[in-house]
Ligand binder design. Structure first.
Ligand SMILES: Nc1nc2c(ncn2[C@@H]2O[C@H](COP(=O)(O)OP(=O)(O)OP(=O)(O)O)[C@@H](O)[C@H]2O)c(=O)[nH]1
Ligand SMILES: [Mg+2]
Length: 388
């Protein structure tokens, strides 16, 4: 497939690599492009099922010299292809025209917005007809989003470049853990994918349907990320030599997890979603089914490990199971197959999941662990056991 090209610029540490990982499914770096000069300045990524590659500039530092070097590498990359296609060589890879530029700025450093934007505009003036999307990374604060967007728009106006600005998108590219009971999930990536797809040449654009399907796979990946983060919190909280009486220890973590997953699927915070979510937490922590599952797991025959480790594995497994149930439930709502009013349905869904083969998963996790496992090792073992 012919691919479009997105040029990604932004100073070191703003979150370019994290953004690429959020947007692209199974990102891989392309090899065989660079001559030695360019390989150090560019990293080119492509992913599955998406019609564009992303060109990450390395060393796009504040100094003019560094920026020039980074930009020259891109110019060279583009030109090389022009030469090649003149010679009718490398026909399958000759499309090196930039279609969109993503300007990355960091939401938490708004004092720098105006100067960063000017720097990026200057650096990319040779692509002056190419549309720009400003990506405001690390947009953890909802309250600041609107004002940040406005500041970006004002900056473009001030530098007289409003016509180049296609969109300003605040994003969170990886889960941000404020506290074990407060996780901010990825956000804004779907809009970025949509807008970028729209700016690709028509011949390679994904259809509305395909872009929706692609976004759904990204949402699933984000939910997995939230689950992995929550599992670490769950394992940490339960790795204490006190028996879990009723799973109540986990309810704060599970609540944060379910809320984060719900937000990935665009579920609004209101009375209905509150009831739906608390139903899930209740079944997953203090219900009769949860209790009997916990006591059953604690007495798996033939297992002899420290009570604290057993607790941690059970805790982490519950968090995983509930995260997976939440992913499924909110996806069904997102797709319009279910509604937030279907609380009986979700209750049953949770109960069925709990009654399922949790024992096998817990056993698998236990057997793969060393004698004195760390939180990280336990969390990974649980993740692997659930993947099977
Ligand atoms: N939790 C969270 N962390 C983020 C996010 N975006 C960036 N970070 C963190 O910010 C730091 C820098 O992010 P990178 O993606 O490496 O930034 P970069 O722009 O690629 O940096 P260079 O490669 O040095 O130019 C890392 O510790 C990331 O984990 C985000 O959306 N969520
Ligand atoms: Mg990077």
């Amino acid at each position: 497939m012919e691919l479009g090209n997105v040029l990604l610029i932004g100073e070191s540490g703003v979150g370019k690599s994290t953004l690429i990982n959020a947007v692209l499914k199974k990102p891989e770096t392309e090899t065989g492009y660079g001559t030695t000069g360019t390989t150090k300045r560019l990293e080119i990524y492509r992913g599955e099922d998406v019609p564009f590659r992303v060109i990450d500039t390395i060393g796009f530092e504040p100094t003019f010299f560094q920026k020039t070097k980074a930009i020259n590498a891109i110019k060279k990359w583009s030109k090389e292809s022009a030469k090649k296609s003149e010679k009718k060589e490398a026909e399958e890879e000759d499309n090196r025209q930039i279609h969109v530029i993503w300007f990355c700025i960091e939401g938490t450093r708004r004092k720098l917005f105006r100067d960063s934007i000017r720097n990026m505009l200057r650096a990319t003036h040779m692509w002056k007809s190419i549309p720009i999307i400003v990506v405001i990374t690390k947009s953890y604060s909802n309250a600041e989003r609107r004002e940040n967007v406005k500041m970006v728009r004002d900056a473009f106006e001030k530098w007289g470049k409003t016509d180049r600005l296609k969109d300003v998108i605040p994003v969170v590219a990886a889960p941000f853990v404020i506290d074990e009971d407060n996780i901010i999930p990825p956000n804004g990536i779907d809009e970025l994918i949509n807008t970028t797809n729209d700016l690709m040449p028509e011949a390679i654009q994904l259809s509305k349907q395909d872009v929706e399907a692609y976004i759904l796979t990204r949402k699933r990946a984000f939910a997995q990320g939230v689950i992995a983060t929550s599992v670490v919190a769950g394992v940490t909280a339960t790795a204490i030599p006190v028996p879990i009486a009723d799973g109540a220890l986990l309810s704060a973590i599970e609540l944060a997890e379910i809320k984060a997953v719900s937000s990935i699927y665009g579920i609004k915070r209101d009375e209905k979603s509150k009831i739906f979510i608390s139903t899930m937490v209740e079944v997953g922590t203090v219900s009769a089914v949860a209790r009997s599952t916990i006591s059953m797991l604690k007495t798996i025959p033939g297992i002899n490990i420290a009570a604290s480790i057993m607790n941690a594995i059970i805790g982490g497994s519950f968090v995983t199971l509930i995260g997976e149930a939440a992913t499924y439930a909110f996806e069904q709502i997102y797709l319009g197959n279910k509604t937030l009013e279907d609380t009986d349905w979700v209750k049953k869904l949770m109960e069925t999941k709990l009654a399922d083969d949790l024992t096998v998963k817990v056993e698998t996790a236990i057997r793969s662990l060393p004698a004195k496992p760390t939180v990280k090792e336990i969390s990974r073992a649980i993740g692997d056991a659930f993947k099977k």
